[in-house]
Unconditional design. Structure first.
Length: 673
């Protein structure tokens, strides 16, 4: 294999009101023909800007490439005219963006957007381009491609839109695809489908790929070589197997230790990278990672280390401690799980449950609007039942659209159930009016997925934390409220000065801590955690998970933890409920469900989760769940999972399985279990 693309000392800057941000700082990396290379690191490390610089898509005038070369097939792309560069984009190098909906034109059909590149770059006729577009949709697994060509992006699901982006990238048979977080917004099963598709097409068509991601499991499963970025620079590079087996930079080691893994025994605490990434307008003179590094020496603060060989062929790292972060100097592993699991983990099973949900149903009437569309009934939640003991955590998992969040909103009474019972501390919340619900709302709180959209941008953090204390009369005195705000900040790991800041002045992890503090202010018994860490980097995610566990132990909190990351759910939960299309498919204590899953859907979800270990991934059986979640407007007959189930038999299409106890404390809704 020869070198297809080589970035040499690439440097990209952005002019901001706070100063010049050097987002990419003298970075060098390459991609060989036909191989898959990964760029990994936390948000803001320069991964995406590196790819945009290669494509010369950095937004001017604020952003500009100020140095280096990008050599593709012997030509420096930075020296090409804009006209010549347009011929390279799409034709020779294609890019798959993180959020397809923002990169697809909402007023053009799928067919028009696919044929445009074929007509411009390959000179194909209208009929020939349309036939090729239909072929491409079929190649990426979109059914009924001829009909789909006439549809618009909003008529595609998230997974189908991402497949559409892949089809557009492949349309002109490029030599290289740059995939920028191609599966971040997708469910684990759709993620597996998309990545397997990309890898298969790469093998069959000989297309090289640069995958930009923060998901270390994805990198372990699909990448040949890995570049780890921090603060705009490469800090470690090597083959995936070598780098995962023997990480030599403290940052790489910290990323790997931050991630909960399905293949390890549950451990008492995750080991996050403490602190925050640096401000790129005020980088220290030495190693940018030194303030967060457990291995730093005096030299780290004064001199910036260069990449140097440390191990196997091609394994280099930029660290003065050298092998200090490697095998000889690793900090001790996290303590093996001392937290009990299974029935009675948080309370005696003879105690009444704090929350009991019985046969919960929530339907939404849709359609019949301004343009006279037909109405329909969305069956978002269909007969869900579970209990949570005081002090325990129930994990609620499943693909997007399965009803997880709607279930949480019904418990909070933000959505009124169609039928069923929600017993909280022995009281049924469903028939209560707003005035009667008021005292219960204080004791049931929520932490939202996106803290920024749930915080008032016009209020300081201190004002937001003090407001519920005053409204509910918890702390009537102003001076006492100020003291309580400082206490809440301390509980969630923030500093006193954060009380005077606004949400936009905080990082994502800090904003999530504010959301937790606001929920804690009400002195609740139950907190609904709705995807509280899915938008965070792995190291910040570990900090928040540890914080939630610490607060649970200190205040005796009970959590309903809604998530799609099964590794995180395994770490934090005592019991787990798996939902699909509004129904609970399986319910058990954590150990039983993860060690011996009974439902085919649960097994498919677990098989789709990549493990950050290339050696293990190479041996692991790939079970990719076919298709996508059906519409809740037209759910399948019988078992709602049967159209996608690899074990389905004829009776599965006719009979609705009951959620029944198959082992002690382990229930599954499957006719064949």
């Amino acid at each position: 294999m020869g070198v297809l693309l080589e970035a040499r000392s690439l440097t990209t800057e952005f002019a901001t009101s706070g100063g010049v941000v050097r987002a990419v700082d003298g970075v060098s990396w390459d991609v060989q023909e036909g191989e898959t290379v990964a760029l990994v690191g936390e948000s803001g490390c320069g991964k995406s800007v590196s790819a945009l610089s290669v494509m010369r898509l950095v937004a001017a005038p604020a952003g500009r490439i100020v140095g280096g070369q990008v050599v593709f097939k012997g030509r420096d792309l930075l020296q090409l005219s804009e006209e010549d560069m347009r011929r390279v984009r799409g034709r020779e190098i294609a890019m798959i963006f993180q959020e397809p909906m923002t990169s697809l034109n909402p007023v053009l059909t799928i067919g028009r957007q696919l044929t445009e590149g074929l007509e411009i770059h390959l000179g194909m006729s209208g009929a020939g381009a349309r036939a090729r577009a239909a072929e491409l949709l079929g190649m990426v697994g979109i059914p009924d491609p001829e009909r789909r060509l006439t549809q618009y992006p909003h008529q595609f699901s998230g997974g189908m839109r991402q497949r559409m982006m892949i089809a557009m990238a492949l349309a002109c048979e490029p030599s290289l695809i740059l995939a920028d977080e191609p599966t971040t917004a997708l469910d684990v099963t759709i993620q597996a489908q998309i990545l397997e598709l990309l890898k298969d097409l790469s093998r069959r068509l000989g297309v090289a790929m640069l995958i930009i991601t923060h998901n270390l499991g994805v990198v372990a499963r699909y990448a040949d070589r890995v570049n780890v970025m921090y603060a705009g620079r490469i800090v470690e590079r090597g083959s995936a197997r070598e780098l995962y087996a023997n990480p030599r930079h403290p940052y790489t080691l910290g990323l790997l230790k931050s991630v909960p893994r399905l293949d390890e025994p549950r451990r008492a605490r995750l080991q996050p990278i403490e602190g925050q990434p640096p401000d790129l307008t005020r980088l220290p003179p030495g190693c940018a990672f030194a303030p967060r590094c457990a291995f730093r020496v005096a030299r780290c603060a004064a001199e910036r280390p260069a990449l140097a060989p440390v191990g196997g062929a091609g394994h280099v790292t930029a660290c003065w401690a050298g092998a200090g972060a490697g095998r000889r100097g690793r900090p001790p592993d996290r303590v093996l799980g001392s937290r009990p699991s299974g029935p009675g983990a948080g309370a005696l099973m003879t105690d009444p449950p704090l929350l009991e949900v019985r046969h919960l149903v929530k339907h939404f009437r849709v359609g019949g609007g301004l343009f006279g569309g037909g109405s329909g009934l969305v069956r978002a939640v269909e007969g869900v039942s579970f209990t949570i003991q005081r002090g325990e955590t129930l994990g609620l998992v499943g693909e997007s659209g399965c009803g997880k969040t709607t279930t949480g909103r019904c418990i909070l009474q933000l959505e009124r159930p169609t039928s069923g019972e929600i017993l909280f501390e022995g009281h049924d919340l469903v028939p209560l009016g707003e005035a009667e619900l008021r005292p219960f709302r204080r004791r049931i709180q929520v932490i939202f997925q996106d803290p920024y959209s749930s915080l008032n941008p016009r209020m300081t953090i201190g004002q937001m934390l003090a407001e519920p204390l005053a409204v509910h009369g918890i702390v009537p005195d102003r001076a006492a409220r100020a003291a309580r705000v400082q206490e809440l900040l301390r509980h969630v790991g923030l500093l006193p000065q954060h009380a005077d800041r606004y949400p936009h002045e905080l990082s994502g992890g800090q904003r999530q801590r504010v959301g937790i503090g606001r929920a804690l202010a009400m002195e609740p018994s139950l907190i609904i955690c709705d995807e509280p860490v899915s938008a965070l980097d792995v190291s910040i995610q570990a900090q928040i998970i540890n914080l939630l566990e610490d607060l649970q132990a200190e205040f005796g909190l009970t959590y309903l933890f809604i998530a799609h990351d099964l590794s995180v759910v395994r770490h934090i939960s005592d019991h787990v409920a798996v939902m699909y299309l509004g129904k609970v498919m399986e319910l058990a204590d954590r150990k039983s469900l993860y060690d011996s899953p009974l439902h085919p859907y649960t097994r498919a979800l677990l098989a789709a989760v990549p493990i950050p270990d290339p050696e293990l991934e190479a041996r692991r059986e790939r079970v990719v769940l076919k298709g996508e979640v059906p519409s809740t407007l037209r759910p399948p007959s019988g078992c709602v999972f049967h159209p996608r189930c690899p074990l389905a038999v004829e009776r599965c299409a006719r009979e609705v399985p009951e959620l029944r106890e198959i082992r002690p404390g382990h229930r599954a809704a499957c006719l064949l279990a």
